[in-house]
Design a protein around this ligand. Structure first.
Ligand code: CA
Ligand code: CA
Length: 388
């Protein structure tokens, strides 16, 4: 039951403030929980940057590269990064971009405070960086102090949908590929047709992605979100109308619907990004899509999305076992998949987390099971702090 309007509020609004002149899109909180980092976009030359900003100029001319558009003067967006302290006061604010349109930013923060921003750019040069100007994704890793970018690279072509950091501090990018993209150490090196999912792993200090791959079949394969399990596996959700989407140990091995509609998809790759541990269609006879994904400490994968399929399978005793009403089905759904991680260790072992005990079971090349610790343990994290 929802609390009644007359119930006394148990929460206190610690702060609430405008961020003038920006469309805010994503935020993260510092590891100690007191600083908030917000990214958005602006076409306001007067966006209030702070004296300690990395870039105090919108675009390359201070006027967000204004031009005569169809309806008058138009400007090209820059990304803006704003940092609030524990009291909600703006301590840092900067432009980020170039002469073109720079937008769709996403944020991720590592336990040691390293801040990553990824987004879309059409700028010929991005923050004067020679490696940028790609007409695609930009990826920027900021120094802890936010006064310089320590790593800036771009990937030509894809459209960003989500990012996530793994326990080693590598950044995973999920994007849409509308044509063939450069791949590396790929699960699927080639574009399969129409739209594909595109997944890439960016390693600190490495100029090119460690791994970049297409994922999909001959139809529309649209990624929506990703998450990293504690074991380092990458869970991806989205939607597809491909009849040949790659499946592994699937719940539904084939498209449940006509190609006019689509099914949700849930897939899990190992930390190398080259081994598909699990991949399945999810859905029924009408249109379904998975939009969000989360993982828990045991590596279980949770997906949520929407469905128009009254025949979408639900588990026995489901909280809501029937979609919609007599007039039609259009509901959200949530699923939990366990036992999705199977690890390929070198050429010899495949491992999966045992049911309930949290340990890893590995099967050697002779089929002998081997009980083991975690297949990989992250390094101790550096102590977390605040940037200023
Ligand atoms: Ca710009
Ligand atoms: Ca495709």
């Amino acid at each position: 039951m929802w609390p009644s309007a007359s119930a006394q509020s148990l929460t206190r609004q610690a702060y609430s403030t405008f961020i003038p002149g920006t469309v805010a899109q994503d935020l993260v909180v510092s590891p100690k929980g007191s600083w908030v980092y917000i990214v958005g976009t602006t076409t306001s030359p007067g966006y209030p940057v702070t004296a300690n900003a990395f870039d105090r100029t919108c675009g390359t001319d201070g006027d967000c590269n204004a031009f005569q558009g169809r309806f008058g003067i138009e400007r090209r967006a820059d990304v803006v990064l704003t940092v609030l302290d524990a009291a909600g006061q703006i301590q840092y604010s900067t432009f980020l971009g170039g002469a073109g349109t720079d937008d769709n930013p996403r944020l991720a923060i590592a336990p040691n405070g390293t801040l990553w921003i990824a987004g879309q750019t059409s700028s010929p040069t991005f923050e004067n960086h020679p490696a940028a100007g790609c007409g695609g994704l930009f990826i920027a890793r900021f120094a802890f102090t936010l006064d310089r970018i320590e790593q800036l690279q771009c990937i030509s072509g894809p459209t960003l949908t989500d990012i996530a950091l793994d326990s080693e501090g590598d950044l995973w990018l999920l994007a849409i590929a509308s044509g063939p993209l450069q791949t590396r150490n790929a699960l699927q090196p080639n574009h399969a047709g129409q739209l594909d999912m595109f997944l890439a792993r960016i390693v600190p200090g490495e100029a090119a992605p460690r791994m970049a791959t297409h994922i999909g079949g001959s139809g529309l394969d649209i990624p929506h979100a990703l998450a990293v399990t504690p074991g380092g596996s990458i869970a991806v959700v989205g939607a597809t109308n491909s009849q040949n989407f790659p499946v592994v140990r699937p719940l539904h091995p084939s498209l449940s619907t006509s190609v006019v509609n689509g099914d949700a998809v849930v897939l899990v790759l190992d930390r190398s990004g080259t081994f598909l541990q699990f991949s399945t269609y999810l859905g029924g006879s009408s249109d379904d899509a998975a939009n969000g994904v989360a993982v828990d400490g045991a590596g279980n994968v949770y997906a949520t999305g929407q469905t128009r399929s009254p025949d979408m399978l639900v588990t026995e005793g489901a909280a809501a076992g029937r979609c919609g009403s007599a007039s039609g089905c259009f509901d959200g759904f949530v699923t939990k998949q366990d036992d999705v991680e199977i690890f390929q260790l070198g050429r010899s072992f495949a491992c999966r987390r045992g049911c309930g005990d949290g340990l890893w079971w590995c099967r050697g090349e002779h089929g002998l099971p081997r009980h083991t610790d975690e297949p990989d343990q992250g390094e101790d994290q550096k102590s977390a702090g605040e940037p200023f």
